[in-house]
Design a protein around this ligand. Sequence first.
Ligand SMILES: [Zn+2]
Length: 100
Amino acid sequence: MAKRASGDVSEVRILSNGLKNTGMNRKLDVLGRIVIPAEIRKSLDLKEGGVLDISLEEDRIILTPRQDSCVFCGSRSELKEYSGRMICSSCIVGLDSLTA
Ligand SMILES: [Zn+2]
């Protein structure tokens, strides 16, 4: 298992407003970037190249995974829906080759 970043704890608490407090925190780097913890990326099926929409709610920053991109490569062109997920034509061809 990869070394955990400092600030990670395994306990998730449900706050009175329904939000889940993961107990995790991250420092912004010099360019204002953060790393989303691997556990969260895995649970939300976030992949490299995926797009997160950024919105503000008072003093909160809300990151929402954009669903209209290919779940495999993040492409936003020539998408088709399968089982509630979007897949691009290139990845459909790639998947098709697995069954040939
Ligand atoms: Zn794709």
